[in-house]
Design a protein around this ligand. Sequence first.
Ligand code: GSH
Length: 207
Amino acid sequence: MKLYGMQQSRSFRCLWALEESGLKYEYVPIKLRTEETDPDSAQHPNYLAINVQGKVPTLVDGDINLTESVAILNYIARKAPASGLMVGTDIRTVAKHDELVSFVLSELEQPLWSKGKHTFALPEEQRIPEMFETAKFEFAKAVNTLDHLLGDNEFAVANQFSIVDILLAQTFNWAIRFEFEIPPRYRDLRNRHYERPAAKRAMELIS
Ligand SMILES: N[C@@H](CCC(=O)N[C@@H](CS)C(=O)NCC(=O)O)C(=O)O
C-alpha cells in the first residue's frame, strides 16, 4: 500500500491513521505547484494518472485507488479493525460518526481552506483578501456548533479514539497554523491527540 502526500496537508491525517493502524505501507512525498517535468510533482503525468486533480492525498492498494482523505481514513480503519480506528457498527454510533465527519468537511474545514485558497492556492488575480474576516466569522460559528455536537466526551464518538479524533485534531492544527482563533478546549484536544506515539511518528516522517 502506498500513500502519496505532502507534509502538513490533508494527507497528514491519512499518514497518522496508517501509523495508528499497524498496517504496512510506503509514504511517497509529492510536491504541489511544481513543474510537470519534476518526477515528484503532483502535475507529473504519472501522478495525474492516479489523481486526476493533481492533489494529495492518494492511496493505492493493489487495484484500489482513492483520492479523498476521508475515504482513505475509512479504508485504513476498516482494513485494520483491531486498531479501533473505526467505531463499531451500531446504527447510532455510525450515525454520529457520519455526522461529525460530514460536519468537519463541510463546515469546520471549509473556512480554513477558503483562507488557504485566497492566500496561496488560487491564481493571484482570483484572490480576495477581504474574505479573511468572513472565514474567521464562519469558523467561529462552526466551532460553536461543534460544542453542541461533541458534548463533554473525551473522544468524539463512542468513548474511543477513532479517525474522527484524527480528523478533528488535524483540522484544529490547521486552524492554529492559519492563525484562526481557537478556544482552549480545542487547543487542548489538538495537543492531547498530537502527543500520541503514532502522531509523533507521522510528524517525524514528514520533517
Ligand atoms: N477533498 C480532498 C481535498 C484534497 C486537497 O485539496 N488537497 C490539497 C492539499 S491539502 C491539494 O492537494 N491541493 C493542490 C494544490 O493546492 O495545488 C481531500 O479531502 O482529500
